[in-house]
Design a protein around this ligand. Structure first.
Ligand SMILES: [Zn+2]
Length: 283
């Protein structure tokens, strides 16, 4: 009996030590449009040639940590689900380990969100400035092209205190329908000068004044994840500096095309706007 137990124990230890495939833990197989698919990969050997495919796009796999005691590598996969996506999609994870190729497929069910719609009165300001958003968005996109190693710790924090006045994914028209768009971040409204903190650790890749987005800060959190802060008043950080989660980076303002003091907080994953609020509960 004792021998059987010992044999069983050794077999279990061997199974864990020689686990051929990586263990893949998915946050959930059900995600809302504009959400994030999160997978954590555990293995006793480093990977090579890892790749994730989702909706025709390829995404990298990022090294997260190595547990010396458990001799275990942890990798993180974050994949954006664009807005206006619904239905069942396949997530393919491929990696090389010990010279062998492994592929793992998960079905992801994408549900619709209903963030509402509204018309915003800007007295023609939005339409007049519309032409300026193109070059601004080009600069903003360029700042988010780098794929740096992971710097963030989950979860993220809400960068400012205040009321959410406009949800992510809200359909908007301006001045009675002269211009339409979908809200790509969340608006947090509070008094002028309210402190704005870095939502997580990272590097400031932009701190500039723009005509449409107003005073803007962009932070690179690594792993293709960036946080954007628009319509600020004062900025306390410069391009190139490292920030910690909770560091005060700016104050709330109403610069650019804005109808009152608020922070537009946006999270972009590989350039795709995803729901910022989801990062507050992501572990
Ligand atoms: Zn906004």
């Amino acid at each position: 009996m004792k021998r059987i137990i010992i044999t069983a124990a050794i077999t279990m230890v061997m199974a864990v030590m020689c686990r051929a495939e990586a263990k893949i833990m998915l946050n959930s197989n059900i995600v809302k449009e504009g959400g994030v698919v999160k997978a954590v990969l555990y293995s006793n050997k480093p990977f090579s040639g890892s790749e994730v495919k989702f909706m025709g796009e390829k995404y990298p796999v990022f090294f997260r940590s190595y547990d010396k005691a458990a001799k275990e590598f942890t990798f993180l996969v974050l994949v954006p689900v664009p807005l206006e996506t619904v239905g069942v999609k396949k997530l393919h994870i491929r990696y090389m380990m010990n010279g062998r190729e492994y592929e793992h497929t998960e079905k992801i069910k994408v549900k619709k969100i209903s963030a509402g719609r509204s018309d915003i009165q800007t007295d023609g300001k939005r339409a007049a400035l519309g032409v300026n958003f193109g070059p601004e968005n080009k600069i903003i996109k360029k700042r988010q092209e780098k794929r740096t190693s992971l710097k963030f710790d989950l979860p993220f924090i809400k960068p400012a205190e205040g009321e959410i006045t406009s949800a992510f994914g809200k359909k908007r028209t301006y001045d009675g329908g002269s211009y339409g768009s979908t809200h790509k971040g969340v608006d947090i409204a509070n008094k002028m000068g309210t402190k704005v903190a870095a939502a997580n650790h990272g590097k400031v890749v932009e701190a500039a004044t723009m005509k449409g987005h107003g005073v803007t800060v962009i932070i690179d959190h690594g792993g293709g994840l960036y946080s954007l802060y628009f319509h600020l008043k004062g900025v306390y950080v410069k391009k190139g500096v490292d920030v910690k989660k909770g560091d005060i980076i700016a104050t709330m303002g109403s610069t650019g095309v804005s109808t009152g003091p608020h922070l537009h907080w946006q999270m972009n994953l590989f350039g795709v706007p995803v729901s910022p609020m989801d990062f507050l509960t992501m572990m």
